[in-house]
Design a protein around this ligand. Structure first.
Ligand SMILES: Nc1ncnc2c1ncn2[C@@H]1O[C@H](COP(=O)(O)OP(=O)(O)OP(=O)(O)O)[C@@H](O)[C@H]1O
Length: 600
């Protein structure tokens, strides 16, 4: 019950409904137990003595009981669904809120399908148990209590005889629970694996098809499906082992009653009505014992679901606000960024070299920093640390002298806009995608941002213009179009710091050049980080950092770097190799100290 104790905060405020559900069912059940007593009265007091006058009254009494019983059943159903649905609602909200709080580190290893199944199937399992299963489990207990109390009242000796089977059934039920719980846990895990595989297959369907890997995917799915089936077969095996045992022992008690009770009726120490009543009551008590397996199932299943949800809800949030964190005010922030001897290693890469080592950088407000380096050299990691996607391992990053760890997260991220390598668009209109960071932006502001990002033109050519729905539910856009929408989204925020992480890689050089000009115009006096593999994206930077395996190996302006041997010059040579005249002219210009713009 520890799991449910831990989940108490989600349903305890509705304890009245929980109680209503339990008490409603308990009273309805207790009323059901009155029928055998009515039968006893009918046989012993009316049929055998031949006094038929009371039969009508008895029938009306039975109808009355049916009506009251139905009312209490309604209370059970109504209260149960209230508590269950409210609990599920709160759990969904809290889990979703937790998903928003969890940091990048968590998502580095989380699987979408698994999270989806926690938020749907697992919550559903808990809703069913708290809403109905719990009341039914308690009802079985009440039924045993009231049932045997009434049987005691009719004939205690006979009742004691049939009761010997109850501890045996109880013992088997407990063993059953112990055996079935791990099976349920693995069923839930198998469902989650299956969901992950379907979700990944759908998301990556283009890759699957273009590599003609459908047979492989089918095989992979079949493996998961087999796993799921085998788990269910395992469940069926446990059922098959315990169910007949419980049924046999339950029926044994009926046989004991018929044998001993029949003998006593013949002897005259028990009336026929009493035997019929005892038989009826025993049937009522034994029936839920058969169902005990189902209820235990329900309980263990929802316990397994609860464990999975608690695992998510109790997940440690590694990046959060420090006590008395400083709120960065729009007017006060200058944007002076410093990396002081920063080293960093990803939590899931303990045995591997650090992503950044001794990273030192001073970025005065209003400057443009370029970053170049091979794949995996640490460029994205360096900028991710600035917005606290992760916290530095050693050293510190400061903005205007304040350690980013002491700045309120929301205000830190409000002033930094990042355009990622892969632009993500939500399944909504282009307009809403651009205004994602500033939901109340005016149409003019949105259009202006799109113009700056060279996106306005193609957006207007779409049949529904800015109202066109894109993303999963909408129409597809080219990589370059998506990048431009993502850049417009960032520019609309007029951030103090703009980070372009290979954000123009899908654009032709001319468009890229136009966007660079816009950015220079919008970001005057503000700080820009440009991560790129193209020299044309970096050549106007105030300082270019060249990274290799997490270390800064070169730094300086374009003019200086093309004269030094190293990655920058190599990249420059490769990219301009097919235009030796430009390379030559460039070098001549350098020699004569002239400035010449290369647009590529
Ligand atoms: N989320 C992550 N979890 C674990 N390791 C990571 C993660 N992101 C990056 N790494 C590793 O950290 C190192 C630096 O990666 P980073 O993404 O910073 O490189 P990069 O220079 O931006 O590369 P690219 O140009 O390919 O984007 C690499 O070894 C990479 O495998």
């Amino acid at each position: 019950m520890d799991v449910f104790r831990a989940l108490k905060r989600f349903f305890w405020q509705d304890k009245r409904f929980l109680l209503g559900s339990v008490i409603g069912l308990a009273i309805a059940t207790a009323l059901g137990l009155v029928y055998p007593l009515l039968l006893k009265t009918l046989i012993d007091d009316m049929i055998i003595p031949g006094k038929y006058g009371g039969v009508t009254g008895l029938a009306f009494g039975a109808v009355g009981i049916i009506v009251v019983k139905a009312c209490f059943q309604y209370v059970h159903g109504f209260s149960g669904s209230r508590v269950g649905n409210r609990l599920a609602y709160r759990l969904r909200n809290s889990s979703y809120e937790k998903l928003q709080q969890l940091s990048f580190t968590y998502y580095d290893s989380a699987r979408t399908g698994d999270l989806m199944s926690r938020l749907t199937a697992d919550i559903e399992g808990i809703r069913n148990f708290i809403g109905f299963g719990l009341a039914q489990l308690l009802n079985t207990f009440f039924l045993l209590l009231f049932g045997f109390a009434m049987m005691f009242f009719v004939d205690w000796k006979l009742t004691l005889m049939v009761m010997v089977t109850v501890p045996v059934i109880g013992f088997i039920a407990i063993r059953f629970e112990q055996n079935i719980h791990p099976v349920f846990r693995s069923i839930r895990a198998a469902v989650s694996r299956l969901t992950v595989s379907v979700q990944e297959n759908i998301t990556g369907v283009r890759t699957v098809k273009s590599f003609a890997r459908e047979p492989f995917e089918l095989k992979k799915f079949a493996k998961g499906n087999e796993d799921y089936r085998d788990n269910h077969l395992g469940l069926a095996r446990v059922w098959a082992k315990y169910f007949p045992l419980i049924e046999f022992i339950a029926n044994l008690s009926v046989a004991i009653l018929l044998l001993a009770g029949g003998w006593r009726v013949i002897q005259g120490s028990l009336t026929l009505g009493e035997l019929v009543a005892l038989n009826g009551m025993l049937g009522m008590v034994v029936a839920p014992l058969w169902g005990l397996g189902f209820q235990i199932n329900n309980y263990t299943q929802s316990k397994a679901s609860g464990e999975r949800l608690l695992e998510l809800l109790n997940q440690h949030v590694s990046i959060k606000n420090a006590d008395h964190a400083l709120v960065l005010e729009e007017e006060a922030i200058k944007g002076h960024i410093r990396y002081d001897d920063v080293s960093f290693r990803y939590a899931n890469r303990n045995n591997q070299p650090s992503a950044l080592i001794g990273f030192q950088l001073d970025v005065p407000p209003g400057s443009v920093v370029g970053m170049l380096g091979g794949t995996g050299s640490g460029k994205t990691s360096a900028v991710s640390l600035l917005l606290r996607a992760y916290d530095v391992g050693e050293g510190a990053i400061t903005i205007d002298g304040v350690d980013v760890r002491h700045i309120e997260l929301e205000s830190l991220r409000r002033h930094i806009a990042i355009v990622f390598q892969e632009s993500f668009l939500f399944s909504t209109t282009i307009k809403e995608n651009i205004s994602y960071g500033i939901p109340d932006a005016s149409m003019e502001e949105i259009e202006e941002a799109a113009r700056l990002a060279q996106a306005d033109g193609f957006i207007r050519e779409l049949p529904l213009g800015y109202e066109t729905i894109v993303g999963e539910r909408g129409m597809g856009l080219s990589g370059g179009q998506k990048q431009r929408i993502a850049i417009a989204r960032a520019l609309l925020r007029k951030p103090k710091v703009l980070i372009l992480d290979d954000a123009t890689s899908a654009l032709d050089m001319e468009t890229e050049h136009l966007i660079q000009q816009s950015i220079r115009q919008v970001m005057t006096g503000r700080t820009v980080f440009v991560i790129a593999h193209r020299i044309s994206s970096l050549r106007h930077a105030d300082e270019v950092i060249v990274l290799d395996r997490g270390r800064i190996v070169q730094r300086g302006v374009h003019d200086k770097l093309i004269r030094q041997p190293g990655l920058y010059r190599e990249t420059y040579r490769i990219q301009y190799a097919d235009r030796p005249e430009e390379l030559g002219a460039e070098q001549d210009a350098q020699a004569s100290g002239m400035e010449r713009r290369v647009t590529g």
